[in-house]
Design a protein around this ligand. Sequence first.
Ligand code: KIV
Length: 277
Amino acid sequence: MPEQSSPAETAVIKRVRTRHFQNAKETGILITGLTSYDQLSAQIFDEAGIDFLLVGDSAGNNVLGYDTTLPVTVDDLIPLARAVAGAVKRAFVVADMPFGSYENSAEEALNTAVRFMKETGAHAVKLEGGVRSADKIRRIVDAGIPVMAHIGFTPQSEHGLGGHIIQGRGEGEEQLVADALAVEEAGAFAVVLEMVPAVAAKRVTEALRIPTIGVGAGPDVDGQLLVWTDFAGFSTGRIPKFVKQYADLRGALTTAVLQYREEVADRSYPGPEHSYD
Ligand code: KIV
């Protein structure tokens, strides 16, 4: 198992760039990523040394009040990506290209990527799909914009895939490897593997020169990514099995809100220390 870097060593990188993803692959230093959709969470994650922040279209479920990521638009994500990119000093910020903003053609994909880069200050874009998205990735990369690919379970194709189903099992493993090689060949600097068996993720990681970022892909990848509201115990609804909850933010906030409500009701808030004379 490669040695993990200490937080002090991690902090030495002043600004994470695509070359640090490649260095991580080569040295075995694991990459850490979280989603972020706002200024305050971005500041906290950045100061804690998280390497990259994904302004994911999971904002659909976690910010915008949708049941899936499908209704999310570029206009929805632009202000969120701008807030995150404006908040960080060190972390690499990746803006997610939402459903309907790149599938039609490589031209459409490039236009969307350019919008994110011009209007938000993000450092890269992410899009879903392997072989089927390779031409779009190539066009964006040729324009000088780094692309993070996303294969395995791709939430924007949830209905086509028949629900939240693990990908890359059995015969699906060959398709996963083909997708991974296609996005590498197209110029992606990293690839997210979502909800795939650990053995398949290991095989892909060994086959690729670019780093793999696992979200529900087991330990044998080059980095990990989690949706922040899941990892912090803030989300409602179904939390995937692969998520470890590192905090109970929902519980902590509920306790605080109940106490505030009671203290307003019994007039113990505001106290004299909170009042202007
Ligand atoms: O939008 C998102 O949060 C994502 C990750 C789950 C990979 O795409």
